[in-house]
Ligand binder design. Structure first.
Ligand SMILES: [Zn+2]
Length: 382
């Protein structure tokens, strides 16, 4: 038995909704996508593990392994998609639609298509002849809380030595991306009549101080850290949302500020958070305000795989492009922490990801399968 045709695999993956979202009204199980992949991997000769994720009912990771040993190649992708705005689609997001030499459908490029291409590429490869293991990894919730990648990291299990994540990069290798954290600062003071400031503790006054501190810190970070491989060479901190107070003639008792930080590789999220606590805390020491910082989500670390890593070098040779940096986050930092040197390289363009009328251009398929086949040959058969 062999997996169905490429087109049939695409149709079934696109036709299996697997939206992940932090909003419960959008969030769906990814079980159907996992089931399809498990069936096809099994029929291609892999040993298949379907791993439920603790605390996330209906969510699964899939690990499909051929060959044995600790030093294999992992081909990795996420099974979920972002939510979609059906009214802005010109076709059904859950039906594979071919038009203008493109395959349209939700997840076509980000990134269900990658799995179909991997299985297509493996058709000509005899898995019985592998010298090093080949692992196909399919994760849950990359687009929301990354619980799939986190759960794998917590198993402390070694899946391989090298990994390729098939996110849409237009088949150009990527070895760096920034991280992201979203934080809130809440200041709690005391309201009172505005005619006598001594009657209260003004949270807006305090937030002015906190913002000044953050802006000073941002300049320092941007002086200290710089990486010319990124389009925006420095770490950023964006003040994005503020809310506080209720009336011009009342002392403002509560104020909340939300901001994001996009660190460069080498900057640690937890250290950045401690630094905020230390700096804002000391600035507000004598303000009479209570200061609280909340992480709005767990955050994604920055990623960097060394430029001389064999997987980076191979990806560069096979694509003819030197490995670069991108502005979006991936599961790469988690895979790196699991001991795999990881490169991001996949078919389709990030410009189409997270958009209505998402598509995979058909001219990505030939080169995409060729690159996957070559990587497997180099890292598993030699
Ligand atoms: Zn993606």
């Amino acid at each position: 038995m062999t997996p169905p045709s490429l087109r049939e695999m695409m149709q079934r993956l696109i036709g299996s909704p697997s939206v992940s979202s932090v909003s419960p009204e959008w969030d769906q199980s990814n079980a159907r996508v996992i089931d399809h992949l498990a069936d096809w991997c099994q029929s291609a000769g892999f040993r298949v593990e379907r791993l439920p994720i603790d605390g996330h009912p209906g969510k699964f990771n899939l690990v499909a392994t051929a060959g044995r040993g600790p030093d294999g190649l992992v081909l990795s992708g996420h099974t979920d998609t972002v939510p979609f705005d059906e009214a802005r689609w010109n076709s059904d997001p859950f039906t594979l639609t071919e038009h203008d030499d493109r395959w349209y459908g939700l997840g076509s490029c980000d990134m269900k298509g990658f799995f179909a291409l991997v299985l297509e590429a493996l058709r000509d490869i005899d898995l019985g002849r592998l010298q090093h293991p080949l692992v196909l990894l399919a994760t849950a919730n990359e687009e929301s809380d990354m619980c799939g990648a986190r759960a794998l990291l917590e198993t402390h299990r070694r899946l391989g030595r090298y990994a390729v994540i098939g996110e849409p990069t237009g088949l150009r290798p990527v070895r760096l991306h920034k991280g992201i954290a979203m934080e809130a600062i809440r200041l709690h003071g005391r309201s009172g009549h505005s005619s006598d400031p001594a009657l209260g503790a003004n949270a807006l006054d305090g937030m002015h101080q906190a913002m000044a501190e953050l802006i000073t810190w941002r300049s320092e970070l941007q002086t200290r850290y710089r990486n010319p491989l990124f389009a925006v060479e420095v770490p950023t901190l964006n003040l994005g949302h503020i809310h506080g107070g209720d009336n011009p003639n009342r002392i403002c008792a509560e104020c909340e500020l939300q901001f994001d930080i996009r660190p460069l590789p080498g900057m640690d999220l937890d250290e950045l958070r401690s630094e905020i606590d230390r700096r804002v805390g000391s600035r507000l020491q004598d303000s009479g305000l209570e200061f609280e910082r909340i992480s709005l989500f767990e955050g994604t670390p920055a990623m960097e795989t060394p430029e001389d890593s064999p997987i980076v070098r191979a990806a560069e040779t096979l694509t003819g492009h030197s490995a670069g940096a991108v502005a979006f986050g991936t599961e790469g930092p988690y895979l790196n922490r699991m001991g795999m040197q990881t490169v991001i390289l996949g078919p389709g363009s990030i410009d189409q990801a997270h958009q209505p009328d998402e598509f995979l251009a058909l001219d990505q398929i030939g080169p995409g399968t060729r690159i996957i086949r070559e990587l497997v040959t180099r890292f598993c058969m030699a």
